[in-house]
Design a protein around this ligand. Structure first.
Ligand code: SAT
Ligand code: MN
Length: 605
């Protein structure tokens, strides 16, 4: 099987610690995948959907306490607090190890332990990283088969090489004769998603959901990879990758960072409303960026599947996602129809008169609650996406022309802004974020939750060192070979609280301007915030429902608003404390100067 003694010794050690009843080495085959699914259907952990309507599709319902990533149970256990920085939950590695060892002792009793060798990135690419996940969750095993390159092919490629040790348990040992539940997990206070970057190790306990449990994703490909990337001069980013082709057949690649719930998967799979333009998908969540042999910045998607949010996904909002999940898809926490199909809020069909909701309970439109959990997910292989780019597994990665960043900003931030330089772009990335709405925390309404490059929950080290690293990466390129950084904001509202921009397929108009900027074919005007489309430069032909007044609001840089924004940025930088890169403070100073704002103005509270 393998002669990797480090691996064999580690498996031995964990088997003695967690005491599973048996050990299953995942080969990643179709037969194995089917066997695990059949077993989960038999045990009640999964529902086989109507195979006429959804061939190869299954439904899982999680425990109501285990429905999403748990940021306040996610820890960076670097040797010192300083290394984790002001935005991470730091724990002393020795203390955390001791706490978790006590939990892991005997935690797989009554369960099988799955050994999952996997590769993040195309097999054979020198940029790929290996991991091995040991888990007592068959749900994790089948999801990992879709989300990563997993099984014998990964084990063979690993050989005697090094790998990230990923230990996962749902934290629910079974006594002799004790019946299992359909979604075993541990109570919140026993959940731990722990990272030990100095040891290349991830320890996850107590949750079976998403990024808490599929350890190749956020834990390895972002938190652990970001630490490695910093050492090696590359970037592990929370970004989609898309290819954009113009009517002349010219193609460019963009990456884009958005916080959760800003439509990353939708943009990755966009169907342009502009005739002759085409978007192809290379990734919807994570991009690894590094300098290629040709001297350009190149992006690889380390994943091999999509773990997308179901609610709001419809044939109208994202037809490519809907086509992707017509078969061979694992659904979690969506509703079940009487025909054995799936349903969720925003799927584009009226609610049926009866459903089984995500908690397994009868549901009718009168129930007054969501049928699907808002964070219900689909897991599907990327190869199933009709818009997948043929080159999406190119081991060299795709050459990136532009990096987009954006959040939900009802005010202040224009529809699109080109940065003045790499340094200015990193400044824009450092302060991007979303305005807190009534749905979140009530006393902070109107404030901006800043989320540098949408990486706040995913940087495995100090955010200030992370921003410094972005600046450093830029210095390794010849001028003209670096992509340009653009801020986009699809979510600007008018005074009446209505969205000014239709979004979705119309976002292609913004992509077109960016594309043409990179080729020197579109005009921009300089504003204190950066470069904006010159009058007439944004293609608005055939755009319905947006008048000239709305366009001017979308592209407005309001000086008093921006002065307030600069004060809020200064307060944010102050909050991050000592050690912010001086280049970014210089950029803030330059912005204040362009706005004519006195630099010594007191900070906003
Ligand atoms: O649960 S995941 O972390 O994989 C998805 C997400 O939160 O973006
Ligand atoms: Mn994500």
């Amino acid at each position: 099987m393998t002669s990797n003694t480090d691996l064999l010794n580690w498996i031995d050690e964990i088997t003695r610690l967690c005491t599973p009843d048996s050990v299953h080495w995942c080969d990643g085959s179709e037969e194995e995948y089917q066997l695990l699914l059949d077993r989960m259907v038999a045990s009640g952990a999964a529902v086989r959907l109507n195979q006429q309507l959804r061939p190869g599709c299954y439904l899982f319902r999680s425990h109501p306490s285990d429905v999403a990533r748990v940021e306040d149970r996610t820890f960076i256990a670097s040797p010192t607090r300083e290394e984790a920085g002001p935005t991470n939950n730091w724990r002393d590695p020795e203390e955390l190890r001791a706490t978790m060892l006590a939990l892991y002792r005997g935690c797989m009793k009554g369960r099988k332990m799955y050994v999952i060798p996997f590769v993040m990135g195309p097999i054979g690419s020198e940029f790929s990283l290996f991991g091995v996940e040991l888990t007592d969750s068959p749900y994790v095993a089948v999801n990992m088969r879709l989300m990563t390159r997993m099984g014998t092919k990964a084990l063979d490629a690993l050989g005697d090489g090094d790998f990230v040790r990923c230990l996962h348990s749902v934290g629910a040992p079974l006594d002799q004769g004790q019946a299992d539940v359909s979604w075993p997990c541990a109570p919140m206070e026993h959940k731990y998603i722990a990272h030990f970057p100095q040891d290349n190790a991830i320890w996850s306990y107590g949750s079976g959901y998403g990024g808490n449990a599929l350890l190749g994703k956020k834990c390895l490909a972002l938190r652990i990879a970001s630490v490695q990337a910093r050492k090696e001069g590359w970037l592990a980013e929370h970004m989609l990758i898309l290819g954009l082709t113009d009517p002349k057949g010219r193609k460019a690649y963009f990456t884009a960072a958005f916080p959760s719930a800003c439509g990353k998967t939708n943009l990755a799979m966009l169907v342009p409303k502009l005739p002759g333009w085409k978007v192809e998908t290379l990734g919807d969540d994570i991009a690894w960026l590094r300098k290629g042999r040709d001297g350009r910045l190149r992006a690889v998607n380390p994943e091999s599947g999509f773990f997308g949010v179901a609610p709001g996904t419809s044939y109208k909002s994202n037809p490519n996602a809907m086509h992707s999940i017509e078969r061979d898809t694992l659904f979690t926490n969506v509703a079940l129809t009487d025909e054995g199909d799936v349903w969720w809020e925003g799927i584009g069909t009226p609610p049926p008169s009866h459903l089984i909701d995500w908690q397994g309970m009868d549901w009718t439109p009168e129930s007054g609650r969501n049928a699907a959990h808002p964070n219900a997910r689909f897991t599907v292989s990327a190869a199933r996406c009709p818009a997948i780019a043929p080159e999406w597994e190119d081991p060299e990665g795709a050459p990136v022309s532009a990096i987009l960043i954006g959040g939900r900003r009802p005010g202040v931030v224009p529809l699109v802004t080109e940065s003045l330089s790499w340094q200015h772009g990193v400044f824009m990335g450092s302060v991007m974020g979303s305005e807190i709405t009534a749905a979140a925390i009530s006393d902070a309404i109107g404030q901006v939750r800043r989320d540098p490059f949408a990486m706040l929950p995913f940087i495995g080290y100090n955010v200030k060192d992370y921003l410094r690293h972005w600046l450093e990466v830029g210095k390794a390129f010849l001028p003209g070979q670096l992509p340009r950084i653009f801020s986009v904001n699809w979510f600007r509202k008018d005074a009446g609280g209505r969205f000014l921009w239709p979004g979705y397929g119309e976002n292609a108009r913004v992509l077109k301007w960016i594309f043409q900027r990179m080729l020197g074919e579109a005009e921009a005007i300089e504003t204190p915030a950066g470069l904006l489309p010159a009058p007439g430069a944004l293609d608005l032909e055939g755009l319905e429902g947006v008048d000239e007044e709305q366009v001017s609001q979308l592209l407005k840089v309001d000086i008093p608003e921006w002065r307030a924004e600069a004060r809020s940025i200064r307060a944010y930088y102050d909050k991050l404390g000592e050690g912010m890169p001086s280049e970014l403070k210089d950029e803030l100073g330059a912005l204040e100067q362009r706005l004519g704002d006195p630099v010594d103005q007191p900070s906003a509270p």
